[in-house]
Design a protein around this ligand. Structure first.
Ligand SMILES: C[S@@+](CC[C@H](N)C(=O)[O-])C[C@H]1O[C@@H](n2cnc3c(N)ncnc32)[C@H](O)[C@@H]1O
Length: 204
């Protein structure tokens, strides 16, 4: 299932790239950036894709960015657009970093491609990789996108059938809090005609 997703992203990197301007994250990224305690630092971007807009935004704001993606073709685009980003070709569920390496972590439009059974381990890792007072921002799918309270299945995106998975926001918040995160904000945004929940969590 996930191998298939990797192949799909490799195959439609160009299409994705041509359509990327449809998703204007400037206000989401600006709000997250302003909420961070530091004005510069180390960001980990999980499922970084072509490096825009997330890595681009943070690099322009004097951050060091490490991007992880399992699509070699998306990473090639990232190397072109955001050569300053350090990129790792890996599955975000398998990558490992030392504890307290990053000031911030982002997962923009990527986490929802993992089966929700895999979310807890990734959230635990993110908690460990963040420095104290660090924050993470991620996109979470809800019934606004899938039409169901809980979902694991396929949806059409840019002419491709992609796997998506989510639980309810209440289950998500409880999972995050049990790991130790404060859920700082969770706001629905409609961007490019798609509504998702954008969640910011804080490691106290
Ligand atoms: C919808 S794109 C989002 C790209 C970028 N974050 C953005 O906001 O434009 C999803 C990205 O997540 C990557 N991805 C999905 N599941 C992944 C996984 N398990 N490990 C690594 N990358 C993954 C895909 O290859 C793709 O580049």
């Amino acid at each position: 299932m996930t191998r298939n997703l990797q192949t799909i992203y490799d195959g439609f990197a160009k299409t994705y790239d041509e359509n990327r301007g449809l998703f204007d994250l400037s206000s989401v990224l600006s709000d997250f950036h302003q909420s961070l305690a530091k004005s510069g630092g180390e960001l980990l971007d999980l499922g970084c894709g072509a490096g825009e807009p997330v890595a681009r935004f943070f690099i322009d704001h004097h951050w060091q960015v490490t991007g992880v993606d399992f699509s070699a073709e998306m990473l090639k685009l990232a190397q072109h657009y955001v050569p300053q980003m350090k990129s790792l070709h890996a599955d975000i569920r398998e990558v490992l970093f030392d504890a307290e390496t990053f000031d911030a972590v982002s997962a923009s439009y990527s986490l929802f491609h993992l089966p929700y059974e895999d979310h807890a381990k990734l959230f635990e890792n993110i908690y460990s990789w963040l420095k104290p007072d660090g924050k993470a921002l991620f996109t979470y799918a809800t019934d606004d996108y899938t039409g169901q309270k809980e979902f694991s299945g396929y949806k059409e995106f840019m002419g491709q059938s992609l796997f998506y998975s989510h639980q309810t926001p209440e289950q998500l918040f409880s999972q995050l809090e049990s790991i130790g995160f404060d859920v700082e904000s969770a706001n629905k945004h409609s961007i490019g005609g798609e509504t998702f929940l954008w969640v910011t969590v804080h490691k106290k």
